[in-house]
Design a protein around this ligand. Sequence first.
Ligand code: P6P
Length: 335
Amino acid sequence: HEADAYRTDLMTITRFVLNEQSKYPESRGDFTILLSNIVLGCKFVCSAVNKAGLAKLIGLAGETNIQAEQKKLDVLSNDVFVKALVSSGRTSVLVSEEDEEATLVESSKRGKYCVVFDPLDGSSNIDCGVSIGTIFGIYTMSHNDEPTTEDVLKPGHEMVAAGYCMYGSSCMLVLSTGTGVNGFTLDPSLGEFILTHPDIKIPKKGNIYSVNEGNAQNWDGPTTKYVEKCKFPKDGSPAKSLRYVGSMVADVHRTLLYGGIFLYPADKKSPNGKLRVLYEVFPMSFLMEQAGGQAFTGKKRALDLVPEKIHERSPIFLGSYEDVEEIKALYAADE
Ligand code: P6P
């Protein structure tokens, strides 16, 4: 009857976080309130993304330019997250991929957390039904003065939590609050995220590499050498498989569960790579380290980066510990 027991012991994300927070006697439930507002945003986006295709269909029948509606999905998602986070009364600074400037919360609504997020990463993939996602990272304020962007221009290792929600065949929220990584799947009939992947650990080594090979002509030496090694191993080991969705949440989620390495290297055209430090590189690097993997920028541990601008980019190599070690060795040899 093991299965029956499991089915009745529904561990929702809220209960799970409350259990975790109860270990800190001084916690006043602020984080749980913050998280419940992030979860609300994810449920909204999940429902909107799933209807997007249908809306497109209806759009064809109606006169509105559904394409414009489609495009707005990332703006709509951003509005929902900003409003939910501000109204939670638990945040002071918000940085979103969608907003050029940070949101500094008005004093009556301020709280001790700062949230950096990409409300709908990979949204260019919506039209073809590819999985997309929300990525977020959470810092705490270190003072009670006026909040500024300085409060989020901190190294990623100072984050207290990070996670992503992937809108795919199922809606899955992967979260770490610094004591490991757990995966929760949305049960639409309950409207609850249920713990389905407790204590996720990434395999120490994988046989998948994930990179946009279309940029190969612009790569530097170490990346070129590493990808060459994946395709034509010299030590007689089998060649790796290439899996590249082009949506970071989908590529990182597969890497976390199956192992392997995800690369978005610097190239001649973009010397800092393409992915954003605060709300793509840091949250995914935080999760990888918490799951026993690692994340490297080509020069240093990704979480040790100190961003100077809120939309700054960085090259990133993340995934199975041993796979990232190999590319670190190639960069070290290249110095
Ligand atoms: P490229 C999506 O546009 C995104 O921001 C990430 O989700 C994804 O990993 C990357 O860009 C894909 O970039 O240059 O390979 O198309």
